[in-house]
Write a protein that binds this ligand. Structure first.
Ligand code: RIB
Length: 292
């Protein structure tokens, strides 16, 4: 069983479904409202655990009702929460999600996730030492991502950086991360004005662009490759990227090559969007393998 450590956000998703999203100054009637566990870090931890990995989460929640609920959810999914300490001066992070017209729009209030600082990571170094692969995203402070990239480089650990939501990264983070997995929009923020093909060729087998239903693009050292997505009926695409990242990380930690790992991750991501909620459709190992 591979060991995965996830550093990142743990949030409660507050989800409204409606026919369309309101314009500025407009009020609309929605169809439904649900609170479901989310946060990119927690989503990736749950996805990896359902795929059979031994997962440790490193993050923070508030000392409040949402905090208790999202923590229980991690435990119920067999994710170790030894390194999830509640904070008293910040609320649990929340993501305010509108599902309308076949897509989501999200506003994140980071809350306690902002307390995932470099100093906090220092307290979890033993967990990172034991991990086969470490995942981090952009819902934690920028200096934490920089610290973790440098630490993983020093410890000789594989690091997967999922640069979501979009924000610039330093040349050093780019150099130290083993894998970087932007979507198309995040790619344009990271490599503003640069040719996609040239950038992919510069980071062979490391830079992986997720393009939703168009598949996944990377350079294999000889040529640019697109691994097609699986076609499914989408109910809710929230968390598809998180499922992809977790599944890819589990697969490469298990020793699969890039092409196999991306196919496995594409399949897991496609299954994840067939149910409501970021974590609602995240598949088990048997579900992914049974459908490949
Ligand atoms: O990637 C999906 C996640 O992003 C949601 O669960 C929400 O928490 C947002 O942060």
């Amino acid at each position: 069983m591979v060991k995965v450590a996830v550093i990142g956000s743990i949030s409660m998703d507050l989800v409204v479904t409606a026919n369309k999203r309101p314009l500025a100054g407009e009020t609309l009637m929605g169809d439904s409202f649900h609170t479901v566990p989310g946060g990119k870090g927690a989503n990736q931890a749950v996805a990896a655990a359902r795929l059979g990995a031994d997962v440790a989460m490193i993050g923070r929640v508030g000392d409040d009702a949402f905090g208790t609920e999202v923590l229980d959810n991690l435990k119920n999914n067999r994710v170790s929460v030894t390194n999830v300490e509640p904070v008293t001066h910040q609320a649990t992070g929340t993501a305010h999600i509108t599902l309308a017209e076949g897509d989501n729009s999200i506003i994140v209030v980071k809350g306690a996730n902002d307390e995932v600082t470099p100093d906090y990571i220092k307290g979890a170094e033993d967990v990172l030492q034991q991990a086969d692969i470490i995942l981090i995203q952009h819902e934690t402070p920028e200096d934490t991502v920089e610290y973790v990239a440098e630490l993983c480089h020093r410890l000789g650990k594989k690091l997967l950086l999922n640069p979501a939501p979009a924000r610039k990264i330093s040349a050093q983070v780019l150099e130290y991360a083993t894998y970087i997995t932007p979507n198309e929009h995040e790619f344009t923020v990271l490599f503003e004005g640069e040719s996609r093909s040239k950038v992919l060729a510069k980071y062979p087998n490391r830079l992986i662009i997720t393009e939703g239903k168009n598949g996944v693009r990377y350079h294999n050292g000889s040529t640019e490759v697109v691994v097609p997505a699986y076609v499914v009926e989408a109910v809710d695409t929230t968390g598809a990227g998180d499922t992809f990242n977790a599944a890819f990380a589990v697969a490469v930690a298990e020793g699969r090559d890039m092409s196999e790992a991306i196919q496995f991750a594409n399949r897991a991501a496609s299954l994840s969007i067939t149910k409501f909620g970021a974590q609602g459709g995240m598949p088990t190992r048997a579900e992914v393998e049974g459908s490949l």
